[in-house]
Ligand binder design. Structure first.
Ligand code: GTP
Ligand code: MG
Length: 197
């Protein structure tokens, strides 16, 4: 399914402008700069469709992408870091929370965690929210190319341990690098099962 053409089709700043939930949906969530937009591009091998930047806070709206009319991929604005004003930041965070807890058709949230930094308070907050709303999520460790393999493994174990009792957390934890392509194929395989055909 990830061979299909990726096309951007909607951006939303408020929930009333979300497009109708016609397709199974996979969303990419996580702190600013963790690599959400980059991962979307690597998964689909279509660079530049979801814009990326080394300046945190680039994605400021919820962006909806159609993948060959089989899946909807959703690039969420990052939380926890931005050059934006406090009130603007809060409104994105509220929007993300509303999206992950109420969106119809949402089959999976990939919660991206930077291998180097691990899970922070905001990540745990989102986890608790998804537990309450019974939204299925899975952890994806990003930027593994920037850490030693032993540290990647240690981080993975630490996170698995902290999510052991969570009901909506799906195993296994995935580890990827959008830079080297490591782990991208495995993640594609895991996510392909969600598509309509
Ligand atoms: P926001 O839109 O601000 O929430 O950020 P984002 O999570 O979408 O991050 P984005 O994909 O824009 O990437 C942020 C920066 O990290 C960019 O400079 C990317 O090139 C870099 N980056 C993303 N993935 C990787 C990776 O796997 N390895 C390395 N070394 N850098 C990466
Ligand atoms: Mg982004």
């Amino acid at each position: 399914v990830f061979r299909n053409k990726l096309t951007f089709f909607a951006a939303a700043k408020v929930s009333s402008s979300f497009p109708p939930p016609d397709l199974p949906e996979i969303a990419f969530a996580g702190r600013s700069n963790v690599g959400k937009s980059s991962l979307l591009n690597s998964l689909t091998r279509q660079w530049g469709v979801a814009r990326t930047s080394d300046k945190p806070g680039l994605t400021q709206t919820i962006n909806f992408f159609n993948l060959g009319s089989k899946l909807c991929l959703v690039d969420l604005p990052g939380y926890g870091f931005a050059y934006a004003k406090e009130e603007v930041k809060e409104s994105w965070e509220e929007l993300v929370k509303e999206y992950v807890s109420t969106r119809e058709g949402l089959k999976r949230v990939c919660l991206l965690i930077d291998t180097k930094w691990g899970m922070k308070a905001r990540d745990h907050e989102l986890v608790e929210l998804m537990e309450r709303s019974k939204t299925k999520y899975q952890i994806v460790l990003t930027k593994t190319d920037l850490a030693f393999p032993v540290d990647v493994a240690r981080r993975a174990m630490q996170i698995e341990e902290s999510l052991k009792t969570k009901k909506s957390a799906l195993q296994p934890l995935m580890m990827v690098s959008s830079k080297t392509g490591a782990g991208i194929r495995s993640l594609r395989t895991v996510l392909s099962n969600i598509s309509r055909f």
